[in-house]
Ligand binder design. Sequence first.
Ligand SMILES: Nc1ncnc2c1ncn2[C@@H]1O[C@H](COP(=O)(O)OP(=O)(O)OP(=O)(O)O)[C@@H](O)[C@H]1O
Length: 281
Amino acid sequence: MQIIFDKVNYLYGNGTAFERHAIKNVSFSIEKGEFIGLIGHTGSGKSTLIQHMNGLVKATSGHIYYNGEDIYDPKYNLRQLRSKVGLVFQYPEHQLFETTVFKDVIFGPKNLGLDKLECELRSYEALKMVGISEDLLDASPFELSGGQKRRVAIAGVLAMKPEVLILDEPTAGLDPKGRDDILEQINKLHQESNMTIILVTHSMEDVANYADRLFVMNKGELVYQHHLKEVFSHYKELEAMQLAAPQVTYVMNALNNRGFKIPTDATTVTEAKEAILKHFS
Ligand SMILES: Nc1ncnc2c1ncn2[C@@H]1O[C@H](COP(=O)(O)OP(=O)(O)OP(=O)(O)O)[C@@H](O)[C@H]1O
């Protein structure tokens, strides 16, 4: 699996008085098994960018390659791309509509035209992956808690067996426990099945805990696409984009500025604790 964007531009309302240049000359590649955190201020273009990845939105100019194939080639099978690149929208539970949890999850694989047994197996597997227990399979999705509903919605995408899972703000509106549960499940999927994950979030702490590389969007441009530690070392530039590094980056830099020669690249509380203990022992 590989996704390549080559100088992609997108204009909403192209050629009209309402024209808006939402994606500006964006180029990158994503390899199999990466966990990418995608961050950026409101309106920076994150949602527009991810909708290019499964062909929902077509670039105004530029090229996108999936496994080396140009997705804008007239012969390219976009339907197949959509089953390989699973997109979980913000508040996906708003799209639950079936009478039972199981019927909702099996809807996607059925739509792919797979045989009944395969659809059922995939649905059981997907529900297991997101931690929904068997006693809930016949429940109405509307009887579930907010976190459970969201997990059912994610299972519906996983049942299509995507190679890439893109999640747009999967923790929005959940309580702290619901947030942690969802992120842990996503991380487990990444670790156990080496699934490529693209996580859109406003939380630096979330990306610091889980992502390998960080994509930072600012006013339609992709300004960083590096390893976490590299990006957070530019915390002053991030602030200028109305973003911030994780709290520990500030603590470590403040300690350093006061003469404690501690490495400043810790991104999680655990790493910071270890660096501080090492310094003082
Ligand atoms: N349907 C649309 N028509 C016109 N302009 C749009 C449309 N959707 C988004 N935009 C504009 O395109 C730009 C990028 O929007 P986008 O939703 O991709 O940003 P975002 O980073 O995902 O924001 P958020 O964090 O609020 O979800 C913004 O300036 C937005 O106003």
